[in-house]
Design a protein around this ligand. Structure first.
Ligand code: S3P
Length: 465
């Protein structure tokens, strides 16, 4: 396999640069912010229910705040009380109003694709735009099924933002087989289907996160999931059902918990518990993979809350992770966790092979390339292919000592700050500001647990780039 990593150079220093120095061991109990996927959906579904929906533990990250603002622009009343609770007074399915201004989506692909689905199923027109990362991401994957339902679009070349959608007056219920494993596309079609007469069906060959289905049920909507052959599923939704306002207590995000989990794992002698984390089977592929690599991870106090399985995750540090082949059928359940898995793999004994990763190229950044470039700069031996990454771990920390480019990608930034906790020389990221999209208190929380992340460059360690 070819090594395609090139042009690794010094990244210019800027005010958003943050450094990660060797850590102490991590210990104690921490709580990471609310689940991003569930937070978006709680706001959207609250806005579609008539009456008051009360949300606790909402992720107050930039991505979710963009969803809240968009729902306000489309007529929902949303308040954030001094008690920390979010209250949404919805307008009912079919009741969204045309927004006056452009819908600013920032960095958030989930807000964009799900809201394009919602607008596509309402007789309103809306224009979506976003930051330099989001405006590069493909939207044809939602445009195509929504056109079949009667929506019309004007978009930049390749179906990119800025994009205007004119929703269907009478959306058609369709049956749609997902061409890529994507919960965002599944959700966009189901959300448009909420306002269609008749039954909308989405068929997925590989199970993707099912928070839309679970939460619609929590709001009193009948959604039927049918198991087909070979793990495929059909999700059926009959339109024009009412959403009942309710209370939603958002679990902590397993994708955010992944960062302290791996930080603990690679720092021998650590012992950390992360409380009340969502362990929906469609989200925990990373945890299964880490256990396959020899990690000591326990799901304690398992319970179900608001239709979602929850546990306290206890993890202990080790010096003996081993490289493995990551099964391709596990990818949808760990799609956001590959950057941090690469950090664990860099420390493992032996080779970790990750294949079937084409989707990583169209996330907040080209994650395959950004991880390969950053790890290579930190001294990790790896091979990158079109849709694969092979990491040859040496069973000990890599050198580090690089300033890594993050390309507006929160998970790239957090992954390299975790890597810096074990490397011989500090690791820095050129821009830590995107972390606020999903994990606003990441640096404080990780430092409380034992990490050593700072915007100050230490005099001792000057070997960057
Ligand atoms: C999400 C689905 C996934 C994931 C994203 C959140 C969701 O995207 O990567 O962070 O909330 O539905 P895809 O649907 O593109 O796989």
């Amino acid at each position: 396999m070819d090594v395609l990593v090139q042009n690794i150079g010094m990244v210019e220093f800027n005010k958003n640069q943050v450094f990660s120095y060797k850590a102490d061991t991590l210990s104690g109990h921490i709580k990471v912010p609310g689940d991003k996927s569930i937070s978006h959906r709680a706001l959207m579904f609250g806005a579609l229910a008539v009456g008051e929906t009360i949300i606790s533990n909402l992720l107050e990250g930039e991505d979710v705040l963009h969803t809240a603002e968009a729902m306000r622009q489309m007529g929902a009343k949303i308040t954030h009380g001094s008690d920390g609770l979010w209250r949404v007074f919805g307008v009912g399915v079919g009741g969204l109003k045309e927004p006056d201004g452009v819908l600013e989506m920032g960095n958030s692909g989930t807000s964009t694709r799900l809201l394009i689905g919602l607008v596509g199923g309402h007789p309103i027109t809306a224009t979506f735009t976003g930051d330099a990362s989001l405006t590069k991401r493909p939207m044809n994957r939602v445009i195509k099924p929504l056109e079949m339902m009667g929506a019309t679009f004007m978009a930049q070349d390749g179906g990119r933002l800025p994009l205007t959608v004119k929703g269907a007056d009478n959306p058609l219920a369709i049956e749609y087989t997902l061409p890529v494993a994507s919960a965002q596309v599944k959700s966009a079609v189901l959300l448009a289907g909420l306002n269609a007469r008749g039954q909308t069906t989405v068929i997925e060959k590989h199970a993707t996160r099912d928070h839309t289905e679970n939460m619609l049920r929590h709001f009193g909507v009948e959604v039927i999931t049918e198991d087909l052959n070979d793990g495929a599923k059909a999700i059926h939704l009959t339109g024009h059902q009412n959403l009942e306002p309710c209370a939603v207590d958002v679990p902590a995000d397993p994708s955010s918990a992944a960062f302290p989990v791996v930080a603990t794992l690679i720092n021998e002698g650590s012992d950390l518990t992360i409380s009340r984390v969502g362990i929906n089977p469609t989200r925990i592929g990373l945890y299964t993979t880490l256990k396959d690599m020899g990690a000591d991870i326990e799901f304690e106090n398992q319970r179900i809350e608001a239709g979602e399985p929850i546990a306290d995750i206890r993890v202990k540090g080790t010096s003996s992770l081993r490289g493995i082949n990551v099964p391709e059928d596990r990818i949808p359940s760990m799609i956001d966790e590959f950057p941090i898995l690469c950090v664990a793999a860099s420390m493992a004994n032996g080779t970790t092979k990750m294949t079937g990763l084409a989707e990583l190229r169209v996330k907040e950044s080209d994650r395959l390339l950004m991880m390969a470039k950053g790890l290579h700069a930190c001294g990790v031996d790896l091979e990158m292919g079109e849709d694969s990454l092979i990491i040859h771990g040496k069973g000990k920390p890599c050198k580090g000592g690089a300033c890594v480019e993050t390309a507006l990608d929160h998970r790239i930034a957090m992954s390299f700050l975790i890597l810096g906790s074990i490397t011989d020389e500090a690791v820095s990221v050129d821009d830590a500001s995107p972390i606020a999209t999903s994990f606003p208190n990441f640096i404080e929380l990780m430092n409380e647990a034992g990490l050593n992340i700072t915007s100050e460059q230490s005099d001792d360690i000057t070997n960057f780039g």
